[in-house]
Ligand binder design. Sequence first.
Ligand code: F6P
Length: 486
Amino acid sequence: MNLVVVSNRVSRGKANEPMTGGLAAALLPVVEKSGAIWVGSSGRVRDGAHKEAFAEIEALGAGALAMLDLPAAHYGGYYEGFANSALWPALHSRTDLIRASQEDYLSYREVNAFMARALLRFQKPDSVFWIQDYHFLALGAELRDLGVTDPIGFFLHTPWPARAVIGGVPHHRELVEAMLAYDLIGFQTDDDCENFLSYVRSDLGLAARDGVVDSRHGSLRVGVFPIGIDPEKFAQQAAKAVLHPDVSRLRRSLNGEKLAIGVDRLDYSKGLLNRVNAFDRMWTLQPGLARTASLLQIATPSRGAIEAYGNLQNELAKLVSDVNGRHGEADWTPIRYLNKGFSQTVLAGLYRTAQVGVVTPLHDGMNLVAKEYVAAQNPADPGVLVLSKFAGAANELDTALLVNPHDIDGMARTIATALSMPLTERRLRWEAMMKKLRSGTIQRWFADFVDALQETHADKGVGERLIAEPPAPWPRRPADLSARYH
Ligand code: F6P
């Protein structure tokens, strides 16, 4: 099998690379071992890239990494525009933040079409394509339009919200119809999968039962594949990482004080303002916790050119400074707030140092920080995970202290409970979570999806169908789009 994995962001596998994205960090170890070719954006743009795709190709484990320069004229409209100002807010149920112009949508479709053409270069007789995430909803349809009959799967790392919310995305119908070109679509949770099926039934009027959707193009399978991590490897990394100079310095600076840690991209879906408000509330309600427990909040800047992200960064900085100003002392800072990225090694050591992990997004596909925090703990003296019930991870990590991130008082009380939880209870909760992590590893996720994709494709004989009968056309890209390229 020639596996071609596609995602917007890729990782070069350098040990000290700062990790800002869950997807790239999660895929790296499995893609490396699988021998797949991993294709994504180089982060650079190029004029005229649409005429001839430029890829920098390097070895990656048993396979290769191909980084493409994306078309300069469309990158902004694709990445900051449609993907992250229309799809991202909608997928996280923030329809109030949707901003999308027709140009952005055209650029999004252009980049999907560009990627499809570029992928042909990596196609071999027994290829299997696995497309990742919301940047490439229409990539499968573009590949089919180019005559690709190989198995093509898609996995969504974010949530898929209720149908009315998806209805807030301009061109939602065209996009979901394009998604029907995939053989298999994977979601993180049952709710995401159900929401997708409900859209397909109600808005597209298609029959969908037992995870199979029938469309005029044939059948499509949908399923739930919760993404995992490699808990044993992460645990070893964390045990070693406590000796890392950055981690040792942090330990020394604590002087016996307890530490709660939050690590997030600076994104409105992560519930950062509510979290800081909850700590504020906790120190107000329980002044005895001042000086004895602080928060280390790492908020890695992300998508800074988008207004909503810039606004959040300003608001958060102001809130943190206000809380520190009110609760702090000359020799005590309640919130250590850092706006930069860290390598996975350092993060593993920081997680192990903290007695409480706070992962309180308003809505999140999975949230691998939650899983990494658990795996990083010392089995003899594990910390406590405070986890939002709206993170996909809460389905598995149900012995974490689950919170509603909109209930500030409730979160304040739960964080205080976590800080004082006795060892016996901490161990019981942690062992139950580790058991779940061990049974749902990233290796298993990867293998399960690829196996299901191959089976689905074999069952429906898509290759035969496409060759035997002229296929009904996929929902077209807007008319003027192809004209610019052909
Ligand atoms: O699905 C979420 C995701 O694609 C993950 O990779 C990560 O959480 C984030 O979005 C990365 O975003 P970006 O590539 O824009 O930094």
